[in-house]
Design a protein around this ligand. Structure first.
Ligand SMILES: NC(=O)c1ccc[n+]([C@@H]2O[C@H](COP(=O)([O-])OP(=O)(O)OC[C@H]3O[C@@H](n4cnc5c(N)ncnc54)[C@H](O)[C@@H]3O)[C@@H](O)[C@H]2O)c1
Length: 406
């Protein structure tokens, strides 16, 4: 079995990828790099790793040469470049989490550095590996909708999810993380490229942080929801309600506190998630649209928005002979054909891993790519650079209100 090392034993490295790899025997996990002692020790115990394969610093790990076949780099957004270049130097197969880099300059730097690299280099674009997208791709391949003319993709964030991650949480500021479209939507640009099968030529984009600002507070509010806010009963963003009773309960495991209501409220008194959404230091957009034209003439409209009840993606492709669309999270696909006005419904199931089966699908694909890299025409996924260039161009277009040529 091929071997791998996980760099960054957090949400992705420890919780999403390692258990799947281990269970499906895709790789033998032989090492970990994680500065947080508690997480590192948990990981070490779970995968029975020797002390000398558990590191707190990736520089130390890389200084020892190549210790496995592959690395999964699952550190936070601004800690991607250095370990990736060190991994290349050692000759690892690399899975680097998205966004691959927080700036366009660094995306280009990676693209140049990996020209002709003969090992696998791919990113965490999980969506294209979902059974839902595979089915849509099959419908397109079978000619059911004719030639694609245009498409619409909506990334509906869910108001509670946006508040957690992009107002109170780690992706709330462009400076410390990246603009919303870079942090969240390189996935979607990859999906558009994958479905359209052509490069993007021009785009324009609009959006702002319209709502999560001090002037939209319902009145005189304290800094924290735990400080006796007079609007606690009516505010849909009340952290106590959201994290103990609402949809944001999903994120409570990140607090590293007990599961009782009291424990959660205590954590909210000091952690960033207890802050009033109108009094945070956020600056990333809460809505953005991107209008794209592709080399083959196809056009697309992409919307990312905080203002939805559910956190899901909805998609519609319009072709010369029919249309197909659906919702990735519910797995419903509806195909409508012009010739006989027929409507066919499909219900797509997945393996239960996150991102509608995309996490598992990505790991399967990474393992396959590593197994077959010697006979592959390209081992470096060129589309990942293009998807990232699109999001940076979209941000530039949004800020400058100008149309961009790619
Ligand atoms: N592909 C996807 O769909 C998807 C989904 C969510 C997040 N992400 C991306 O995955 C990356 C990780 O996100 P996450 O949610 O797992 O974050 P996280 O904060 O839960 O995990 C990151 C881990 O890296 C560790 N770390 C910090 N410095 C380190 C260092 N120098 N060396 C090694 N480890 C270090 C942290 O202690 C933490 O445990 C981010 O870039 C994020 O944007 C991708």
């Amino acid at each position: 079995m091929k071997t791998c090392i996980i760099i960054g034993a957090g949400g992705r490295g420890k919780d999403a990828y390692a258990p799947y790899i281990h269970e499906k025997k895709l790789f033998k996990i032989v090492g970990v790099v994680e500065p947080d002692k508690q997480k590192r020790e948990q990981f070490q115990a779970r995968y029975d790793l020797p002390d000398d394969m558990c590191f707190s610093d990736y520089k130390v790990m890389f200084s020892k040469g190549r210790l496995a076949d592959a690395v999964l780099i699952c550190t936070q957004d601004r800690m991607h470049i250095e370990p990736t270049l060190l991994a290349k130097k050692c000759g690892y197969h690399i899975l680097l989490e998205k966004p691959i880099a927080p700036t366009l300059r660094e995306v280009k730097l990676l693209e140049k550095a990996f020209e002709g690299y003969d090992k696998v280099f791919m990113t965490g674009f999980v969506l294209r590996y979902t059974p839902f997208i595979e089915k849509i791709k099959e419908i397109i391949r079978d000619g059911e909708i004719g030639e694609i003319v245009n498409l619409q993709l909506n990334e509906n964030e869910g108001f509670w999810h946006h508040a957690h991650s992009y107002v109170r949480g780690p992706w709330s500021q462009s400076k410390t993380s990246s603009p919303l479209i870079v942090a969240k939507s390189s996935h979607d640009m990859d999906l558009l490229l994958y479905l359209v099968g052509s490069s993007c030529t021009y785009l324009s984009s609009y959006g702002d942080n319209t709502y999560f600002r001090p002037e939209n507070a319902p009145g005189d509010v304290p800094d924290r929801c735990t400080d006796g806010c007079p609007f606690a009963d009516t505010c849909i963003y009340n952290a106590v309600e959201q994290y103990t009773n609402g949809k944001a309960q999903y994120f409570v495991h990140k607090f590293e506190c007990g599961t009782e209501k009291e424990d959660i409220i205590n954590a909210l008194k000091t952690n960033p998630y207890g802050r009033c959404v109108y009094r945070c230091d956020n600056d990333v957009c809460d809505h953005q649209v991107v209008c794209l034209e592709f080399e083959n003439g196809v056009t697309a409209m992409f919307t990312v928005s905080a203002f939805s009840l559910e956190n899901n993606r909805t998609l519609k492709l319009m072709g010369t002979k029919g249309e197909v669309g659906g919702c990735m999270e519910t797995g419903e696909i509806l195909l409508k054909k012009f010739s006989d006005m027929s409507e066919t419904k499909f219900q797509i199931e997945h393996d239960g891993t996150k991102h509608c089966g995309g996490d598992g699908g990505l790991m399967e694909q990474f393992a396959r790519a590593v197994d077959t890299y010697e006979t592959a025409e390209n081992t470096v996924d060129k589309w990942m650079f293009e998807a990232h260039k699109i999001v940076f161009a979209a941000e530039k277009a949004r800020v400058s209100k100008q149309r961009m040529k790619l």
